[in-house]
Design a protein around this ligand. Structure first.
Ligand code: MG
Length: 334
């Protein structure tokens, strides 16, 4: 997927000169003070424990806009529907999107609906795009960072980290991927594990108010392993995290062990990974824990000049290199 994007899409469509362009491959793009994002959703099954494709389509785009340091304003939706798709299911999806929009404080302002002949696609594909406006809290937040060190960027970017920055996760990882996989394949783990899919823009706003945040990311495809590797590569710093500090639900841990999947590589849809200056990490943790979705938030490590790449301190006292996931251990979860 990475080389498909870099070697083909970026090759022909990059080069806009936007402040954060396509080729930055960050969570969203930035043009003037507008943050812009598009995301298509092909999750299978459409309805899974804890959510559905509609909630996912809203939350995914809202979160990608929010993590750049912007307030999501409006969405567009494109529905591509297979002929014969039950109207009851479509209505259920729309109701779920409506509820998620209400939760996030955004509206769908425009969209498009197409029907394709039976067999041309698998039930339904939903694209959501969205725009956001630069958060009024972003400048103050970045000033706080600059009181401690240099930072040239005007936005929260993957390339913003520096050694010493703390890494925080807002809760347990792997829930979404395992919930979807388990309900699709009938493994039965979903009795314990539900998807975490949720819009996080309001939580994001509270974190920005604390100040000292250098980057936030929603660890979706490729999970925490992918997020940390993107940060490490684009910021040219090592990152070290502690296995014991990474919150993982028992059900997710058991499922991953049985299926031979690394929970660090499993996608999430309702979590934030936050990099902040050391002085603010505890305060951010406190703010996160005040929210139900952030109750299990944890400081898991820090950026470090001692290493290149991402290193995990294992629970038994060893060290393991965390590579960017090759392929997708859990396909079609978003
Ligand atoms: Mg993202």
């Amino acid at each position: 997927m990475q080389s498909l994007i870099k070697d083909y899409v970026v090759k022909y469509l990059g080069g806009s000169g936007a402040e954060v362009p396509l080729e930055a491959l960050d969570d969203s793009a930035v043009i003037d003070d507008i943050v812009f994002k598009s995301d298509s959703h092909t999750v299978k099954p459409l309805f899974f424990p804890g959510g559905d494709i509609g909630r996912l389509a809203v939350a995914g785009t809202v979160n990608d806009i929010a993590v750049m340091g912007a307030d999501p304003l409006a969405l567009s939706t494109g529905f591509i529907i297979e002929e014969g798709f039950p109207l009851d299911d479509f209505e259920r999806i729309l109701k779920s999107m409506q509820a998620a929009c209400l939760e996030a404080g955004v509206y769908v302002l425009t969209g498009d609906t197409k029907v394709m002949e039976r067999g041309a696609l698998d039930k339904i594909v939903i694209n959501t795009s969205g725009i956001g406006r630069r958060s009024p809290w972003l400048d103050k937040n970045l000033e706080e960072v600059r009181r401690h060190r240099t930072l040239n960027s005007r936005w929260l970017l993957d390339s913003n980290l520096a050694p010493g920055d703390r890494i925080i996760v807002s809760g347990t990882i792997g829930d979404h991927g395992i919930a979807v996989l388990s309900s699709r394949e009938g493994y039965g783990f979903e009795t314990d594990v539900r998807s975490d899919v949720a819009p996080l823009n309001l939580l994001m706003k509270e974190i920005l108010k604390v100040g000292g945040v250098v980057k936030v990311k929603d660890p979706t495809r490729g999970g925490l392993a992918n997020t940390l590797n993107e940060w490490s590569e684009k910021s040219r710093t090592g990152i070290i995290v502690s296995e014991e500090a990474i919150p993982i639900k028992r059900g997710v841990r058991v499922a991953c062990e049985m299926l031979g999947i690394d929970p660090l590589e499993v996608g999430n849809e309702g979590k934030l990974v936050i990099a902040s200056i050391p002085d603010k990490a505890e305060k951010i943790l406190e703010v996160l824990r005040a929210f139900p979705v952030g109750r299990e938030a944890s400081i898991i490590g820090e950026a470090s000049s001692e290493f290149r790449g991402v290193v995990l301190h294992t629970a038994v006292g060893g060290r393991r290199i965390i590579l960017p996931p090759i392929g997708d251990p859990v396909p079609r979860i978003c």
